[in-house]
Ligand binder design. Structure first.
Ligand code: ADP
Length: 244
């Protein structure tokens, strides 16, 4: 599965907050071509794993993207290596248009193009990201009036124009309608063909429908990992997470 590009390999990841072990030696990997899920109950350490990989939390162990070690590097270097993330709350510029948000994400200052309300003059990579995320018709729309789902897709489009090789998505379908979830899952499947997609998720139904492989965290440790079917059949998972 590694043939189409570098993999993300996390080994013995450990994060402590003043002695409290939030992530206690977690290992998993993610490859281009799969939609990789990290699930687990609240407080399991999922977001902390992503924070560590993106340089926001100090961690020990290893997180390699291909040959590159990510841990210990500053955030901007990790971004430059092609690692992008979204947060649970979409962080877009509400007062700017979709296109202006993408221009900023691309690091371009082509405001003359952003001010136009047509596709003329729009950078091809931005046009492609708009098409990929279904936002082409919204390019002149202020981000603040997008639907909740569209804001999440704009965040993903921003990562695409940054040419992120790794997309770490923190609960991307939280608060979405069923149709928006389906559209998001299909979008992630398309994106994952060429990039690494790791989804931190609560929503079991979304995980069942779109995950290729799953790692289940519980109290900062890997409880189980495997295919959706394997994880769902694991009595340990049923006990702590699937519950009923
Ligand atoms: P999840 O994303 O699986 O819900 P988190 O990674 O957010 O879990 O949190 C894991 C544990 O670490 C929780 O017990 C949380 O309270 C704790 N934690 C997270 N961030 C901090 C922090 N900055 N300081 C102290 N404890 C934290």
């Amino acid at each position: 599965p590694t043939s189409s590009g570098d993999s993300l390999v996390v080994t013995d990841l450990r994060v402590e907050f003043s002695g409290f072990v939030a992530v206690g030696g977690v290992s998993f990997d993610a490859h281009p071509g799969e939609v990789r899920f990290l699930i687990g109950p609240n407080g399991a350490g999922k977001t902390t794993c992503i924070d560590a990989i993106t340089g926001l939390s100090a961690a020990t162990g290893s997180a390699r993207l291909g040959e590159q070690e990510l841990l210990g590097r500053p955030v901007h270097k990790i971004v430059r290596l092609g690692v992008g993330r979204t947060f649970q709350t979409a962080s877009v510029f509400n007062e700017l248009s979709v296109l202006q948000n993408l221009d900023i994400a691309a690091g371009r200052h082509r405001h003359w193009a952003s001010l136009l309300r047509t596709r003329r003059g729009v950078d091809p990579s931005i046009m492609q990201a708009l098409e990929e995320t279904g936002l082409t018709d919204e390019l002149a729309t202020p981000a603040g009036i997008l639907s909740h789902g569209q804001k999440q897709w704009l965040e993903i489009a921003m990562l695409l124009v940054q040419d992120a090789r790794v997309l770490l998505l923190d609960e991307p379908v939280a608060g979405m309608s069923h149709d928006e979830r389906t559209a998001t899952g299909e979008l992630l499947q398309r994106i994952a063909a060429k990039r690494i997609v790791l989804v931190v998720e609560h929503d079991m139904d979304f995980m069942r429908r779109f995950a290729t492989r799953v790692t289940v965290l519980h109290q900062g440790k890997v409880l189980s990992h495997g295919s959706v079917a394997e994880v769902q059949a694991d009595p340990k998972v049923q006990e702590v997470y699937l519950g009923t």
